[in-house]
Design a protein around this ligand. Structure first.
Ligand code: NAD
Length: 290
């Protein structure tokens, strides 16, 4: 199946950039959120990322400023923001990127089942929830799969294509083909907690969270030492602020429940989430954000 038009539902930390990735590959995309201000934030994110990418090409003298200006307009012109489901009647592939809560996801999947054509694939960017349960909210569970981007979606190459109990082989193949069409590398995985990447990543970062709490360390100092080691571009607490503490906490709890104590849930992170401090998106998390 060829994807002539796509849609992204949820224009938050991930959605705006996912729409940008799709539009940069030449595919028109509808970007939906519940309020116009959230749609605008997603569109602005797409603009910033595109400007940065094209600006990089200009400074390396790979394209002229004139080409960059034209491409910017073309790419952004392919993204249509909306707060309704208008524009979903002829899409071939949808990426759902709403908050990591099964009740919200199931509502969205039920709505998508109504408003999209019967052949459309409905994919979730979930970090940890069950694809099978999302499929149950539709009449086409064979066309529901996971399509898990990594932050920041415009830079990270990998996409986990996740198979629910009812997902067909055709759907998995079409999702892998779509990943390739938007210049990503697909890795196919089963519906296991943490899939592949978060299971590996969280097993390492769990130890950092654990020792920071047990030894009452300063998170900024821990970040500084880890960043200065040169093994990662930024420390884990700063990264968590960028990813969204609610999302990271949800994945940590899910892994702990699934695999036991070797995965750690940080009480410090839990307190911040309970106080509504979710990181960059709310202006405060482990750090203050301007
Ligand atoms: N943040 C990350 O680093 C990251 C990485 C990979 C995957 N994910 C996954 O992507 C999904 C989205 O995460 P996020 O960090 O972008 O969340 P977010 O909270 O930043 O954004 C979610 C957006 O969805 C919108 N929304 C809520 N209900 C909606 C509805 N019914 N219809 C349309 N929009 C709706 C919200 O208004 C918000 O703008 C989650 O499943 C998360 O696990 C997140």
């Amino acid at each position: 199946m060829f994807v002539f038009k796509a849609a992204v539902v949820g224009a938050g930390t991930m959605g705006g950039e996912i729409a940008q990735v799709i539009a940069s590959a030449g595919i028109p995309v509808v970007l939906k959120d519940v309020k116009q201000e959230f749609v605008e934030t997603g569109l602005e994110k797409a603009r910033q990322v595109t400007e940065a990418q094209l600006g990089g090409l200009v400074s390396k003298e790979k394209i002229s400023q004139e080409d960059a200006d034209r491409q910017l307009e073309e790419i952004l012109g392919r993204i249509v923001g909306t707060t309704e489901y208008d524009g979903f009647g002829d899409v071939d592939f949808v990426v759902e990127a709403v908050p990591e809560r099964m009740d919200i996801k199931q509502t969205v999947f039920g709505e998508l089942d109504e408003v999209t054509p019967g052949h459309a694939i409905l994919a979730s960017n979930t970090s940890s929830l069950s694809i099978t349960e999302m499929g149950e909210a539709t009449l086409r569970p064979d066309k529901v799969c996971g399509f898990h981007f990594f932050y920041p979606a415009s830079m990270m190459r990998l996409i986990e294509v996740i198979e629910g109990d009812e997902t067909s082989d055709e759907t998995l193949q079409a999702a892998a083909n779509f990943a390739q069409a938007i210049r990503k590398t697909a890795v196919r995985c089963g519906e296991v907690p943490g899939f592949v990447v978060n299971r590996i990543l969280n097993s390492a970062v769990s130890e950092v969270w654990r020792v920071t709490d047990e030894e009452h360390l300063d998170v900024k100092e821990v970040d500084k030492v880890i960043q200065e080691s040169g093994t990662v571009p930024m420390g884990p607490f700063f990264l968590t602020d960028l990813l969204g503490l609610d999302t990271v906490l949800h994945v940590a709890i899910h892994l702990r429940e699934s695999y036991g104590d070797r995965f750690y849930v940080s009480p410090r992170m839990k307190e911040l989430v309970e106080a509504g401090n979710l990181g960059q998106k709310t202006g405060k998390g482990f750090y203050e954000h301007g």
